[in-house]
Design a protein around this ligand. Structure first.
Ligand SMILES: C[S@@+](CC[C@H](N)C(=O)[O-])C[C@H]1O[C@@H](n2cnc3c(N)ncnc32)[C@H](O)[C@@H]1O
Length: 490
């Protein structure tokens, strides 16, 4: 079970079992001396709006709230020491700690961590460089954070170099096509692009995009890519990752995606609120000291929140349209069962191509069974099987568990063959015109009015077919028996 605690991390750490977590990532306040703040706004289209957006339309902005925490300590080291002592105790012997800080405090923290872990346990200083924010004119613009990487036992620790995502070479031409395609292992500076335009103090990798989907409106949110890389490198699936300065819960989101367990702690209510929203899809989280709201309707209804540019929210009529067909969603959505099916690709075809593919499938199946197959001269939708004209209808299994065969007409074909493909099996029914007239055509109208009498569709749950359909087939074997006897029945 994953855990999220609301409260000061020191007593919570003290209550945790020794040698119980595999990986710790922490991104404590950097002691910037400021209150870290981010204001989130909602924008609605309005004639008197204060912002201009897409196609010159005006939008009115409403402040939804400001999330902040205080980032000022008399001594960051004194604050961190007891917490890092606990972190060391809680870490398993094969465990690692990634400590995220910036250039102002990194040296003091390095000495503190050397004291607690031992200098021999320090493996890297990762420089995470980005190109964002103001540019000082009086010094080299600082554009990087530092991540100190310690292990508890330098003789035995987890480091999955094969799991680390590779980066592009700057000059692929110099390394040959194979190496260039494979990329290179990231260095501790994680560069892939040298920012030559204006010199910064190091190399560059992007931050959480200001107006991107990933942004949750919490100050100092770190990019998922950064955490994914750390977690993949220094843990295996099922292992436990601890972040006791959790903020917006980036570690939690990465762990859910990478199949790791997590323990998160933060003492700021705004952080817990953001995490409740961000991790709302997970139902395997125990919340301690905080009750998450049951639903985040705004998010689920698609209302977007942004902390920068104007983004129109959906208007009420549009949302009403979306709500009016949510009941159809389950029917139309692809179920996960298809993921391993050899026919999964069919789902992406447009209906016309699906129909054509259905006829090809039926024709090649009939041929493989030595049935006599021909194409009638007048119609592209039918086949002549054992001398009978047979209209072919094709359906893949819908998410609601039924086949839907469409456009069944009272035309000059002798039979209608309904062929269905499910994720793991196929079904086939060969239905005579008289049976169709009795149960389908004129009973399950596809169109209203006069046409409805003639054009029908019908749905079949393959494992619960109606009684009248039983003599017409079901499995491919049963359908083959019916097809073999066609010419005799005609
Ligand atoms: C730099 S932010 C972490 C951001 C996070 N890595 C993310 O991606 O969103 C530091 C967090 O530490 C929290 N914090 C500060 N002092 C704390 C304490 N004593 N106990 C628990 N959390 C604390 C703050 O509320 C803040 O959310």
């Amino acid at each position: 079970m994953n855990k999220i605690y609301f409260g000061d991390n020191l007593p919570i750490l003290k209550g945790m079992e020794s040698e119980s977590v595999d990986l710790i990532y922490i991104d404590p306040p950097f002691n910037t001396g400021k209150t870290q703040k981010r204001t989130t706004i909602k924008t609605v289209q309005s004639e008197n709006g204060d912002r201009k957006g897409f196609q010159g339309k005006s939008y009115e902005t409403t402040q939804l709230g400001t999330k902040s925490y205080v980032d000022s300590f008399d001594s960051l080291v004194d604050f961190l020491r007891p917490r890092l002592v606990e972190a060391y105790r809680i870490l398993k012997p094969s465990g690692s700690l990634y400590f995220h800080i910036d250039y102002r405090e990194v040296h003091y923290c390095k000495i503190l961590l050397d004291e607690i872990f031992g200098r021999e346990c320090f493996l890297n200083e990762i420089i995470w460089a980005y190109d964002y924010g103001g540019r000082a004119k009086s010094k080299w613009p600082p554009k990087h954070d530092n991540i100190l990487y310690y292990v508890k036992n330098p003789e035995s620790y987890i480091f999955n170099s094969g799991e680390i995502d590779r980066e592009q070479y700057i000059a692929p031409g110099l390394v040959g096509p194979i190496k260039a395609e494979r990329g290179k292992l990231p260095t501790d500076t994680w560069w892939f692009l040298y920012v030559g335009k204006k010199p910064t103090d190091t190399w560059w990798q992007t931050i959480v995009p200001t107006n991107g989907k990933e942004r949750v409106g919490y100050p100092t949110q770190k990019p998922r890519k950064l955490l994914d890389r750390i977690i993949k490198a220094s843990s295996y699936a099922g292992m436990v990752v601890l972040d006791f300065f959790a903020g917006s819960g980036t570690v939690g989101e990465s762990c859910l995606a990478l199949d790791r367990k997590f323990i998160l702690v933060d003492n700021n209510l705004a952080s817990l609120e953001v995490m409740a929203q961000r991790l709302s899809k997970a139902n395997n989280i125990e919340w301690i000291g905080f009750t998450p709201p049951h639903s985040h309707m705004e998010e689920k209804a698609g209302i977007q929140q942004t902390d920068t540019d104007a983004t129109p929210i959906f208007d009420s009529e549009y949302l009403m349209l979306a709500a009016s067909i949510t009941h159809l969603q389950a029917e139309l959505e692809k179920s996960d069962d298809w993921n391993d099916s050899p026919f999964e690709w069919i789902l992406h075809l447009p209906p016309r191509q699906k129909g054509m593919l259905g006829r090809h499938l039926v024709a090649s199946w009939c041929k493989s069974k030595d049935l006599l197959i021909d194409k009638p001269k007048d119609s592209g939708e039918s086949l002549v099987i054992n001398g009978c004209k047979v209209a072919i209808k094709f359906s893949t299994l819908w998410a609601s568990g039924v086949y839907k065969f469409q456009q069944i007409r009272n035309d000059d074909s002798d039979y209608v063959l309904c062929f269905g493909i499910s994720p793991k099996e196929a079904h086939c029914w060969v239905i005579s015109k008289s049976i169709l007239k009795q149960y389908v055509i004129g009973h399950m109208g596809q169109h209203t009015g006069a046409g409805g009498q003639d054009t029908a569709w019908f749905s079949v749950e393959p494992h619960k077919p109606p009684d009248w359909l039983s003599p017409c087939g079901g499995t491919l074997d049963q359908a083959f028996t019916v097809l073999k006897s066609l010419s005799h029945r005609k």
